[in-house]
Each structure stands twice: as structure tokens, then as C-alpha cells.
Design a protein around this ligand. Sequence first.
Ligand SMILES: Nc1ncnc2c1ncn2[C@@H]1O[C@H](COP(=O)(O)OP(=O)(O)OP(=O)(O)O)[C@@H](O)[C@H]1O
Ligand SMILES: [Mg+2]
Length: 151
Amino acid sequence: MAFEKTFVMIKPDGVHRGLVGDILSRFEHKGFKIVALRMLNITPEMAEEHYGEHKEKPFYKGLTEFITAGPVVAMVVDGDNAITAIRKMVGATNPQDAVPGTIRHDYGMHTGRNLIHASDAPASAEREIPLFFGIDQILDYTHHSEKWVYE
Ligand SMILES: Nc1ncnc2c1ncn2[C@@H]1O[C@H](COP(=O)(O)OP(=O)(O)OP(=O)(O)O)[C@@H](O)[C@H]1O
Ligand SMILES: [Mg+2]
């Protein structure tokens, strides 16, 4: 097994549409462990750091306006192969390309309102987690059902 931590963020559309509980439940029901969780307003500076790789893209301005337009729910999720597995649960960037059963397909319509962010690689998770959480905010505990999730 390859246990890893990934950064996940429910974007302002997910919060305003009342989907926080449903989205969190999907990760819990799958067997992942939430090890850090906070609600916050992203500042323009944080948006620039988080989405800096897209600075030259035509959608960058709209993306940063959207991500700072309301509260987000940020979390660190822990589990076997978490980075790849959670990206699969999130689905394709454009909800219209996302496969049924994924979060972006099931709740979304357009790329600029795609509800959720998840780290796309170990290097992204290592960069993104410290933008939102101090080391003392990431909890180390054992799920009581761990032996019923992992063989
Ligand atoms: N062509 C586009 N038009 C509008 N918005 C876009 C477009 N491409 C990407 N975005 C927005 O920028 C975000 C970051 O794009 P990226 O290519 O990193 O996709 P992603 O990795 O699937 O999404 P995220 O990084 O938010 O998890 C997308 O989630 C979406 O909100
Ligand atoms: Mg991305």
C-alpha cells in the first residue's frame, strides 16, 4: 500500500449550493480519512499562489475571481493511493466530460463552476497542503474501522 496525503478544496460554488456534506460523505464512505479541515475565504494572494501555474492562461482572471468570491472548505485527505484515487472521484476538469459517478459530473455543468479542487500529483500535494495548513493542524489518528477498510 502507498499511503499518501492529498489536498482537496470545495470551491465557493460547492459551499453556496449546500454540497459540502455530500462531497465530504463521498470521501468518508469510500474509506478515506480526513486529517485536516477548515473553512476560509481565499485571499487574492493565496489564489495567486495556489493557481500560479495558470497565470498566463486566458481563464486565470475568471478563476481567481471565482475562487475568492465566497468561502471554501479546505481539507487534507489521507489514504492508500489518495492522490490518484481522489482525482478519479473528482472527475474531468470540464463537468460535461466527467464520467457519471464523479463529483464534477454529478453536481456540475461548466468548467468554471466545477465545485472542487484536488492535487494532481505528489509534488502538487506537497506544495498545496502547507499553503492552507500548518503542520500542527494535520492530525495523526487511526480510524476505528481501518481494519474493515484495508485488507
Ligand atoms: N478552459 C477553461 N475555462 C474556464 N475555467 C477553466 C478552464 N480550464 C481550467 N479552468 C479552471 O481552472 C481550474 C484549474 O485548471 P486545471 O487545468 O488545473 O484543472 P484541474 O486540475 O482539473 O482543476 P483544479 O486544479 O481546480 O483541481 C479548473 O478547475 C477550472 O476551475
Ligand atoms: Mg489543477
